[in-house]
Each structure stands twice: as C-alpha cells, then as structure tokens.
Design a protein around this ligand. Structure first.
Ligand code: NAG
Ligand code: NAG
Length: 210
C-alpha cells in the first residue's frame, strides 16, 4: 500500500526544514516573556513548521524571517536577546510599545538588518557598541526612550546609515564625528540634557559630562 510509506517519506523530507525552525523557537521564547493585552501574538503557534504564517512575521522564499512588524502593538516586557538569532532579519519594527529593560547586545548579530525602530518605548541602559557590526543598517531610531551613557563612537563605521534618531533620551558625552555622523541633523540628538555638541577631537573628552 503506497499511502503509508508515502507519508513517512514526506515526514522525513520535512525534518530538515523543521530543524531550521530555530527562528520560530527564538520568537516563541521571546513571546513567553511578553505581556500581550490585545492578543496581537495570538497566531504565534510554536507547533507549526516555521513562523512564516504568523501575523507580524514575514519570511523570504527560503522561509527565513526577514521582518518583524510589531510597532503600535501594546506589547510590554523586555526585548529578548533571542531576537539576535534571526540572522536574516532586515526590519526590526518594535516602535511605540511598552518595552522595558536594556537593548540586548545580541542585536548586533543581525548583520542583514536594514532598519531598527525601537522608538517610543521605556528602554534603559546604553546603546550597544555591538551595533557597529550592523553594516547593512540604514535606519536606526531609538528616540523617546530612557537611554543613558554616551553614543558609541564605534558607530562611525556604519557607512550605510542614513537616518539616526536618538532624541528624547538621557544620553551624555559628545556627538561623534566622522562617517555618517557628518550628515545627521542636530534634531537627531535633541533633548538629551547632558549631551554636548559635536566632538572636538582632542579638546573635549568623548565621554565629557557622563
Ligand atoms: C492597543 O490598545 C488600544 C487601547 O486598548 C487599542 O485601541 C488598540 O487597538 C490596541 N492596538 C492593537 C494593535 O491591538
Ligand atoms: C525629553 O525626553 C524625555 C525622555 O524621553 C521625555 O520624557 C520628555 O518629555 C522630553 N522633553 C521634551 C521637551 O520633549
């Protein structure tokens, strides 16, 4: 009888794909630590073979997660370090939620990331120096949070960065110069009471006032 062996063949054929469901596992592990009062994550079923049919998740034709669109979603909790495992991610959109805690350094592993929008949350701690590894990044909006520390000078290597907004935080030190920082308007840095003007190399210490 053909049907049963056929089913087994299909199951075995499917197993390499399910072993690549580490992205679904990463997302589900993060979800377990979130509060989701309006059930925007209801479709995140970890028993599916991959997360590509989940709402707010977009995959490429190879079923790899390339977008996470959870802006204005009323979610609260931490930004999980697990997200650093979505190595094909291009868009990380988590703006205007109630996310708290630090920005995980692991997000610096997202080497294909084009856009990171974390603005309008309650994020604390420093901007990770590991963001210097985000060589594809074009848009980085971290404004309207509670970030502290200095703007990592390491970010001057991000030659594709077109838009940076760190306004309305509690950053300190001086604004780096060089690389993309030559083109950012001063409004990008507004309302950080302890942040000083562009770095005068050699004259003012980089972390002046921190
Ligand atoms: C977020 O919550 C507000 C107020 O409860 C509601 O009006 C809105 O639809 C919610 N947003 C989503 C994406 O569920
Ligand atoms: C400055 O930024 C803080 C932190 O985000 C915010 O609470 C405050 O309302 C902002 N002030 C102005 C004048 O925008």
């Amino acid at each position: 009888m053909a049907p049963i062996p056929m089913l087994l063949v299909l199951l075995f054929a499917a197993s390499p794909a399910s072993s690549s469901n580490s992205e679904g596992e990463a997302l589900h592990a993060w979800r377990a630590r979130l509060t989701d009062p309006t059930n925007v994550l209801q479709s995140w079923d970890p028993t599916l073979v991959n997360p590509c049919t989940w709402f707010h998740v977009t995959c490429d034709p190879q079923n790899r997660v390339i977008r996470l669109d959870l802006g204005n979603s009323n979610i609260s909790g931490p930004i999980g370090s697990e997200l650093g495992r979505l190595e094909h991610l291009q868009y990380l959109e988590l703006y205007r939620n109630n996310l708290k805690g630090k920005i995980p350094a692991e997000l610096g592993n997202l080497k294909n990331l084009i856009s990171m929008d974390l603005y309008g949350n309650h994020l604390q701690g420093e901007i990770p120096k590991s963001f210097a590894k985000l060589k594809s990044l074009r848009f980085l909006r971290l404004n309207n949070n509670k970030l502290t520390g200095s703007i990592p000078r390491e970010l001057v290597v991000l030659s594709n960065l077109k838009i940076l907004d760190v306004s309305n935080n509690d950053l300190c030190g001086t604004i780096p110069i060089g690389g993309p920082f030559a083109n950012f308007p001063l409004q990008s840095f507004d309302n950080n009471s302890r942040l000083n003007g562009p770095e005068l190399q050699g004259l003012v210490p980089y972390d002046f006032g921190c």
